[in-house]
Design a binder for this molecule. Structure first.
Ligand SMILES: Cc1cc2nc3c(=O)[nH]c(=O)nc-3n(C[C@H](O)[C@H](O)[C@H](O)COP(=O)(O)OP(=O)(O)OC[C@H]3O[C@@H](n4cnc5c(N)ncnc54)[C@H](O)[C@@H]3O)c2cc1C
Length: 350
């Protein structure tokens, strides 16, 4: 998304642009996403959720997102919902196909199947595909974000942000096709007794609302997989517009391992989460959506060296720019929008 945003904005500012897109379609992971472009209501709430992130970058997101959303709408992108459904966040949900079309139209010159060789704005979507492969995790994102932007930035002397081992993701029942990335996400870790392969509770306390901490803890297990065990009460509970039972059925239909808990290879520990039988066990594996760490940038999206100086003529946006969500979870689409626009302004304005 960030590359299309930067190109569309730079073109409107009078620049000649070309977007090099390695994949065979435009839109990257944004096209596959739920399309909710959101921010925390206040910087303090953003900081509480992502305490390791750079406050100056987080402030840009909080202060500029709303103008960015209006700009997307002015390009013809279609809003499908004006609320996020989460009282601590604000944002809009876009139809991602129409959003991609609007940005491609505004950018004008999008070259599909062309990896970049030289560029001013790095926006290759981080290194989720490489991270998933190297750590034996599932990929829940576009398959082309291998870290090419990072490699290019490093070769030009860039510094890296904090949080390079962090990613945002969802626990999935199996390797699922793109159209199931959203509906098959098993987002009821808070309702489940979460166990490793020895039947131990490996995650202390309750997961955060995004469950990204639970997903990352699952990824650190030797098997990079866990069991969610739920009782009949949990199955009836709502998860957004569905129930836990609906999500378990999607897992089963997607070829996941869903079994009566008596068939687990270990004895269940006692737990206040398992009260009303029958108990069901669901095997989950982390699916990497995007990396959190990346190139270090400043508020103008300039790529920085380790002494804090800016590399001449090099900008980064989207998941190529790290250090915004360190320690937690925020809207990757919002960061792509805000810093894509900033990168364009810096690149055109010098
Ligand atoms: C299922 C799913 C649901 C999501 N839901 C949400 C949501 O509701 N809200 C939210 O905020 N975020 C959501 N996200 C995350 C969001 O999509 C990403 O954070 C966002 O797309 C990141 O933007 P980006 O521009 O960095 O990367 P992308 O949008 O992935 O774009 C990067 C592009 O770079 C291309 N590329 C890679 N390497 C090269 C190269 N060498 N040369 C040229 N091109 C290259 C890729 O092919 C890709 O098209 C979701 C993601 C997924 C997969």
């Amino acid at each position: 998304m960030a590359g299309l945003v930067a190109a569309a904005h730079a073109r409107a500012l009078g620049a000649e642009v070309a977007v090099f897109e390695k994949g065979n379609r435009a839109g990257g992971s944004m096209l596959l996403s739920s399309g909710v472009v959101w921010r925390h209501r206040t910087l303090a709430e953003f900081r509480a959720d992502c305490p390791g992130g750079e406050p100056a970058l987080q402030r840009c997101v909080v202060e500029e997102l709303d103008a960015g959303l209006d700009w997307l709408e002015s390009l013809g992108a279609k809003v499908t919902e004006r609320e996020t459904g989460n009282p601590s966040t604000v944002g809009r949900r876009f139809d991602t196909r129409l959003l991609t079309d609007a940005l491609v139209r505004a950018a004008g010159n999008v070259l599909l199947g062309h990896a970049f060789v030289e560029t001013d704005v790095l926006a290759t979507g981080g290194f989720g595909a490489r991270l998933a492969r190297e750590r034996g995790l599932l990929l829940r994102a576009n398959p082309w974000s291998e870290g090419d932007g990072l490699a290019y930035g490093l070769a030009r002397g860039a510094d890296l942000s904090a949080g390079l081992d962090e990613f945002f993701g969802r626990n999935l029942p199996a390797a699922v096709p793109e159209e199931l990335f959203v509906p098959a996400a098993q987002v009821y870790g808070a309702q489940a007794l979460v166990l490793d392969d020895e039947g131990r509770e490996f995650f202390p306390g309750e997961p955060s609302w995004s469950e990204t901490d639970l997903v990352q803890a699952t990824a650190r297990l030797p098997a990079a997989a866990a069991w969610y065990v739920v009782d009949a009460r949990a199955l009836r509970r709502p998860v957004r517009e569905r129930t836990v039972s609906d999500l378990v059925e999607v897992a089963r239909a997607a070829g996941g391992d869903v079994r009566p808990a008596e068939e687990l290879p270990f004895a269940l520990p006692r737990s206040p989460k398992l009260v009303e039988p029958p108990f069901l066990a669901i095997r989950v594996r982390p699916g990497v959506t995007h990396t959190n760490g990346g190139l270090r940038i400043d508020e103008r999206a300039r790529v920085l060296r380790d002494d804090g100086s800016a590399i001449d003529g090099l900008y980064a946006a989207g998941a190529d720019a790290g250090g915004i969500f360190t320690g937690g979870y925020g809207s990757g689409l919002a960061a792509a929008l805000v810093f894509g626009r900033r990168a364009a302004e810096s690149a055109v304005g010098g």
